[in-house]
Design a protein around this ligand. Structure first.
Ligand code: FMN
Ligand code: SF4
Length: 691
């Protein structure tokens, strides 16, 4: 069988995982008023149905002083228990064990929601929250320990099969373990043994609370990656202490501190897969307990190799299963190439967490929507695939599956659908329409698919972004979608092909801002550089008005080609939104290494005034000062124009037409995918039946 190690069951204390793929803990923002919701239940159940071996929920707070973000589950309230039962029953229906992660974030929090001082080992402010915490007294330490025990009891009553103590990247336990945040001189400070005392007390109290029938795990940070922080040597020692308690059944791992070095915990595509493997690898050599390895496991082959090479006993696949709930089942069924690979873009999962929104995925419109009934046709992959090889694949009940079957287009309602544009919006529309049973042809004027994604993926370290198109094309192929390249669609062609319905995904085109003189031939768009139609050299200024990867990517590309590059933005920071996808820190490091300079608060106002023609006139808006640069080239990363002429041409002709993505309003890829899914899944029947 493929992936022999992955499918070998493993005992984790009193619990057996049927395979080694763990859906490890991660925030979802699905909680309401501190309580778990039906959305949690549906979300986790979808991954259980999709073949995961073990599910570990997001953290549940163990004490009222711990409320760092709005939508946290308040595990210390007894009112959570019915919600817990809903979650555990939904997951157990698929014969998958589910553990609850419980935690107190300590000083990595603010008092904004709780209106209570933040608790920590010492009065050391966290660099992100910038709030000085209260150094806890011994009585408060006892209260913390009791809180963990109470929440563990609630979880046991709620039907969980195990408890995981988050002692890793955002936790009061980590705060005690780390010399960077623990300045105590009592029996909880100083030596590693003292610093680990709180953790050991919690292990003891939780084990007493849950008894021997539930599994107990501890998640440890393998390297805090901060000054005076703990390293892998400390982690190995702590793991030994955990094992020596004789009360713990497994060790999970993590890297970084959720505030100072968060970008390493949920590493984006700029950090290579397997980057955190050294942690489980070192710990596994020191202890007998099963060890979970986590961090950019992108595909089952890589996970299998980690097991085969002895780096870990279980693999945490978080974003891989956010992107594709059926990651495990597809691998099990021998359909690895059907897995919708995570891009490690962080745009809709991590990015939305930072914005206090519910967790989603850029390429999976169902993520976060599992609890909602599909109101349209557009069922699931289930209807098109019944595969041999692996019970999980064949027995799982997929969300929306039945509905998909009953609502599929019949001969009478099957439409011919013309999709114009093979970017992410067009391809998603094609997928959704084909899933609903329609006959779909995609027309792309270029000789290749992908639209702007293809360009975005062509720059250094961004190739994985292109996987979205690879994933979509693979799904189109399975669904029988025809794609015709090199075809420019116009009204005459639509009339000739006479589709029942047209979905336009014609994208956006570069726009020249008002301040660029019409004859300025040294001013080009990012896309001109990426597609090779312009080749700037010498001194280049990149104007960043989009605040995302466009400007930084092209700057890196040009710096690699030997240009002297300056990025200028009217904002307070170049590539502002790189912060929410955790790409900022690495960008700064790369920019520094490549000699790229970054200038902020400068608004482009014109060119050539005074001469020379290539003078770029800028306004430093905080001071009103005029500034000039004289680059050889200016590259624009500025808002684009929707390509909407075809829509307007068709609207008057009686053709059933709608549009998705950038040709409505230029935005990021997630918007195109969501709109494509919506449009493809709701190809109007009235149009079809009237023909
Ligand atoms: C949106 C998001 C939220 C997370 N929240 C938590 C959390 O509450 N507790 C935790 O231990 N890890 C959390 N993590 C870290 C994950 O468990 C995991 O270590 C990380 O995502 C790397 O694994 P991956 O590359 O498979 O996604 C979170 C990850 C993501 C993507
Ligand atoms: S949004 Fe991006 S990183 Fe997050 S799960 Fe989806 S593809 Fe992966």
């Amino acid at each position: 069988m493929a992936y022999r190690y992955l499918w070998t069951p493993l005992a984790i204390g009193p619990i057996t995982a049927r395979n080694r793929i763990v859906f490890s803990a991660h925030l979802t923002n699905y909680a309401r008023d501190g309580l778990p919701t039906a959305q949690h239940a549906a979300y986790y159940a979808a991954r259980a149905a999709g073949g995961a071996g073990l599910i570990i929920t997001e953290e549940h707070s163990t004490h009222p002083t711990d409320w760092p973000y709005e939508k946290l589950i308040h595990g210390f309230h007894r009112e959570v228990i019915p919600g817990y039962r809903e979650i555990t029953e939904a997951v157990h229906r698929h014969r998958v064990p589910i553990f609850a992660q419980i935690n107190h974030n300590g000083g990595q929090a603010s008092s904004m929601y709780s209106r209570l001082p933040v608790w920590a080992p010492s009065a050391v402010a966290d660099p992100l929250f910038r709030e000085v915490p209260k150094a806890v007294t011994h009585a408060e330490i006892d209260e913390i320990v009791a809180g963990y025990a109470q929440v563990a009891t609630n979880c046991a009553e709620g039907g969980f099969d195990g408890i995981e103590l988050q002692c890793s990247h955002s936790s009061i336990v980590r705060g005690f373990l780390s010399p960077a945040t623990n300045r105590r001189t009592d029996r909880y400070g100083g030596s590693l043994e003292n610093r680990a005392r709180l953790m050991i007390d919690i292990v003891d109290a939780v084990r007493t609370a849950i008894g021997p029938g539930l599994a107990l795990g501890v998640r440890l940070c393998g390297d805090e990656l901060i000054e005076h922080g703990t390293t892998i040597d400390d982690a190995v020692e702590v793991a030994r202490m955990v094992e020596a308690t004789g009360q713990v059944d497994y060790i999970n791992t993590s890297i970084g501190v959720a505030t100072a070095s968060l970008f390493m915990i949920e590493a984006s595509m700029h950090i290579p897969p397997g980057y955190a493997m050294f942690i489980p690898s070192a710990i596994r050599k020191a202890v007998e307990l099963p060890v979970v390895g986590v961090g950019r496991f992108k595909d089952p082959l890589q996970a299998e190799r980690a097991l085969a090479e002895g780096h870990c006993d279980l693999v945490g696949v978080v974003r891989g299963q956010i992107a594709d709930a059926e990651f495990a089942a597809k691998a099990r069924a021998g359909a690895t190439d059907e897995i919708r690979l995570c891009l490690s873009c962080n745009q809709e999962c991590v990015g939305r967490m930072g914005l206090n929104r519910w967790l989603g995925c850029i390429e999976n419109p169902r993520t976060g929507k599992e609890a909602t009934t599909r109101s349209r046709p557009g069922g699931t992959e289930a209807t098109t695939r019944s595969r041999p090889g692996g019970t999980e694949a064949t027995t799982r009940s997929r969300p929306g599956g039945t509905e998909a079957t009953t609502r599929r287009a019949t001969a009478a309602t099957k439409a011919s659908v013309m999709v114009v544009g093979a970017g992410p919006g067009g391809l998603q529309a094609a997928i959704a329409a084909a899933r609903a049973g329609h006959r779909v042809t995609v027309y792309e004027k270029q000789r290749h698919p992908g639209g702007q994604v293809r360009l975005a993926a062509s720059v250094p370290n961004r190739a994985e972004f292109g996987d979205i198109i690879r994933n979509q094309l693979a799904e189109c192929r399975r669904l029988g979608v025809t794609v015709e390249y090199g075809v420019s669609v116009w009204a005459g062609l639509v009339a000739e092909r006479a589709p029942d319905h047209v979905i336009l995904a014609t994208g956006a085109e570069p726009q020249r801002p008002w301040w660029v003189p019409v004859d300025a031939d040294n001013v080009v768009d990012v896309r001109d550089v990426l597609d090779g139609s312009a080749e700037p050299a010498g001194d280049v200024v990149v104007i960043d008005e989009l605040g995302f990867h466009q400007a930084t990517s092209v700057a890196e590309l040009l710096a690699d080609r030997g240009c002297k590059v300056e990025i200028i933005t009217n904002g307070m920071v170049v590539g502002q939104d790189l912060g929410i996808t955790l790409d900022m820190e690495n960008w700064w490091m790369r920019a520094g290494a490549k000699g790229i300079t970054q200038s902020t608060d400068l608004v482009a106002m014109g060119m050539g005034n005074p001469a020379p023609r290539r003078a770029l006139n800028l306004l430093h808006h905080p001071t009103g000062t005029e500034v000039t640069r004289t680059p050889d080239w200016v590259v624009l990363a500025v808002p684009a124009n929707p390509v909407e002429w075809l829509y307007h041409e068709l609207r008057g002709t009686g053709v059933s037409v709608e549009r998705v993505g950038d040709c409505i309003a230029p935005r990021r890829a997630h918007a195109a995918v969501i709109e494509g899914e919506r449009a493809g899944a709701s190809v109007p029947r009235s149009t079809i039946l009237s023909r």
